[in-house]
Each structure stands twice: as C-alpha cells, then as structure tokens.
Design a protein around this ligand. Structure first.
Ligand code: ATP
Ligand code: MG
Length: 409
C-alpha cells in the first residue's frame, strides 16, 4: 500500500477506532501467527478456512504455526492466557489488522487482507447482539457506504444437531444431482450447503426444512428480542434463512452485511454469536458475539460508490530558497514550522527557483515561504498566499507562529 492508498486505509482504520470506542470497545492486538492447533479447534476442521485456506508451516523449533486467518480465535486465546475471564466474564474488545488466507486471488479477495472487528464476551442477553449489530451498521454508515444490507438469521444452539439431521434427510435422496463441492459439504458441513452459490443447490434447497422452524423456544425468544431492539434502533435488516456462516463456532445470531458495486465479493462484514468457542478453546464457558469487517472491500466499495475520500492538503507550506547560501536558514525555518505543527517541506536537490515553485504548485500548498539573501540579511521571509498571490514580509522569528495561527485558526 503506497501513501496514496494509505489515505483511504487510514480513513477506514480511524473510523474503526472511533466508532468502536464510542460503543465501549477497547483495542487488543494479538500476534500475527498462532499455534495451528488453536485455529483447528476454534474454527473447526470441516470449515473452508481450516481445510484449505491456512498458511501453515513449521517453525525452527518444529512447532506448527499458522498465519492468522481471522481475529476471533487469537483474541479468545489471549483473554484466556491473561486470565481476563477470571476477573470478569464481560469484556468488550476490538482489533484491526491483517489476516491471511490461501485463496484464489481476485477482485476483493486477497491472500493478505485487513479486518477490523469487535468481540463482546460474557453477555448472553440479546441486548448485546443488538449492540454489535448497531455498531456494525454505524461503522459502515460512517464510511458513507450505501446501501447497507444486513441479512440476519438464527441458527440455534443445542437444537441444531437435530435440525441438521432433518436437513440431511431432505437432501440425501437429491444428493446425486448436486455438484461435487456440495456433495463434499454434505458429508463435512451440511449446514454450509444452505449458503451454496450453486444454482442447482439453491433451487433444491428452496423447500428444505428451515432452521427457523426448528429453533427452541429460548432461541426464538432471543431472536425476537434482537429484532425488536434493531427495529427500535432504526437499523434496517432482512431475515435470511440461508445465512449460516462458514465457521463452526457460531450459535444463534448470525449476520452478513453486503453492499453494491463489488460483484461476487459483495460481503463487507460478517459475524455472529459464539457461545461455545471459549469453552472449546480453553475450558471456561463464556458466551460471546462479534463481527469482522473486510477493510479492503470497504475501500473498494467507497471507491466504487464515489464516496469522497478526503485526500487533504498533504502539505501546509513549502519553503523556496534563492541561492545556495539560504538553504541552512531555510532548514531552520522549516524545522520551526514543523515544530509548530505544520506540514512543511523544502527542496532537497538544490533545484532552481522555477522548479521549486512548480513543486509548490503541484503540492497545492496554501503558503509558500521565499528566502533569498536579501530577506535573510533583514532576518525576514516573504510569505506568498497561493490563493490570491498576495505577498507580505514576515520577521523570521515570527514565521512559524503567524503561519500556524492562519492554518489552524
Ligand atoms: P467470503 O464468503 O467472501 O469468502 P467469508 O465468509 O470467508 O467471506 P469472513 O470469514 O466472515 O468472510 O470474514 C469477514 C469479512 O472479511 C468478509 O465479509 C470480507 O469482507 C472479508 N474477507 C474475507 N476473506 C477475504 C479475502 N480473502 N480478501 C479480502 N477480504 C476478505
Ligand atoms: Mg471465505
């Protein structure tokens, strides 16, 4: 990512820091790689991520390590290792960082990509499901991305194995007609067939038993409460019985957010509740819910939708020198300007005044400071206002304070 790419990247990262903090989440940074075992246990052997997308290798000590393919497992591992859940089960954390998956690279799908996500631990109440969803919505909305389509579902918890059996009973006699990939899924992860992109599979599943009709009364109540809270918050969503999510660890609430202009890679954020993940990884039963947003896709969507990304003026002032003997005084002035908080620059190659002015114009600085031998003899500088081309003479000692007062009134 070059500096011009980083303008959008920083904007998205800053929105994550700002919005997540407003919702009461604190930042956590976990290592870029973990023991392979953590992901295999946490994410699940039958998932796409673990079965074919991980960057796994042995380190010099012969331990199998994996570049993190997602953020949640590492956060859970860190919380357990730091005994956070012993102090209190409730922790609200967020992360921003790169993730790694061995996928086929294409538009919106990379082998190294960025995610920002939040995790709320220790709360079973549907209020927290709604909080996480409202936070997701506000984050995407803060970036100016429209439309924000939230698809929501509940996949239950203890009742899910019985539902999966019903689903398999429905699919089994129709299995021979399906593509090889979905046949594999039938064995390894039948629930995943519900979000298959294969048209044949989708058609076949139109009349399949729906998980919503097989939820326990507790799960139904939970889901209804989440929906009520979203309605009250004015967050638009659609219930989509085919959203099941790819990871094993989800329970009850699952969701995805999509937007326009991204082609097949239109999912910009996804998440759900994971009440069994913490106990799976470390013993203690601590409920959790969270989401991860794909920053690269958010940026693609912003560009696609012509969201104005403030490139800002990357320089406030350019110092032009006339003659070699003025360069050291110019450097002093430059340092004073920078110390006063201004983005100040000068020429480093001893170029002509014409070339320096050309650079100043290209940088679109609001002010140019001109230093010639006459000015220096008087301990003064000429300040040119680039908007109206007016000029004035300013004592060198006052240059930084006067210009910074004008730039940050
Ligand atoms: P997809 O269905 O597109 O493969 P996923 O279900 O694998 O997505 P999650 O694991 O839920 O994605 O990750 C959350 C978000 O991270 C996605 O919605 C997407 O925006 C982003 N993301 C996932 N994989 C990639 C990737 N390889 N490159 C860029 N962004 C990604
Ligand atoms: Mg994927």
């Amino acid at each position: 990512m070059l500096p011009e790419d980083m303008v959008a990247q920083q904007r998205v990262e800053q929105a994550a820091h700002e919005v997540f903090a407003r919702f009461g989440y604190g930042e956590i940074r976990t290592p870029m790689f973990e023991r392979t075992e953590l992901f295999v246990r946490g994410i699940g052997e039958a998932t796409d991520i673990v079965s074919k997308e991980m960057y796994t290798f042995d380190d010099r000590g012969g331990r199998s390590v994996t570049l993190r393919p997602e953020g949640t497992a590492g956060v859970v591992r860190a919380c357990l290792e730091q005994n956070l859940f012993k102090q209190s089960p409730v922790h609200k954390l967020y992360y921003v960082g790169p993730m790694f998956r061995y996928e086929r690279p294409q538009a919106g799908r990379y082998r190294e990509f960025w995610q920002a996500g939040i995790e709320a631990f220790g709360v079973s109440d549907p209020l927290i499901d709604a909080e996480v969803l409202v936070c997701a919505y506000e984050f995407v909305a803060a970036l100016g991305i429209k439309p924000v389509e939230i698809r929501l579902n509940s996949i239950g918890n203890e009742e899910r194995p019985a539902y999966i059996e019903k689903l398999k009973d429905y699919i089994r006699p129709r299995l021979a007609d399906l593509g090889g990939r979905d046949q594999e899924r039938f064995e390894a992860n039948p629930l995943r067939m519900l979000d298959s992109k294969d048209a044949r599979t989708r058609e076949m599943l139109a009349d399949a038993p729906k998980v919503a009709d097989h939820l326990s009364s507790e799960s139904v109540e939970h889901f209804e409460a989440v929906r009520r809270l979203l309605d009250k918050s004015g967050v638009p969503y659609e219930v989509d019985p085919y959203i099941v999510r790819g990871l094993d660890y989800y329970t009850r609430t699952v969701f995805e957010i999509t937007t326009d202009g991204l082609g097949a890679q239109d999912a910009i954020l996804a998440g759900g509740r994971y009440d069994d993940l913490v106990s799976e990884v470390g013993g203690q039963a601590v409920p959790g819910i969270g989401f991860a947003a794909g920053l690269d896709r958010l940026i693609l969507a912003m560009r696609e939708q012509d969201v104005a990304i403030d490139e800002g003026s990357r320089h406030d002032v350019y110092v032009v020198t006339i003659g070699d003997d003025t360069r050291e005084t110019a450097f002093e002035a430059l340092t004073a300007l920078r110390r006063a908080g201004m983005r100040a620059e000068m020429d480093h190659q001893g170029r002509s005044v014409r070339a320096q002015m050309k650079t100043a114009n290209q940088l679109r600085v609001p002010y140019v400071v001109v230093l010639g031998e006459d000015e220096i003899a008087q301990q003064e500088a000429t300040v040119r206002n680039m908007d109206d081309q007016s000029q004035e003479t300013v004592p060198l000692a006052e240059l930084a304070s006067r210009l910074s007062a004008r730039s940050n009134p």
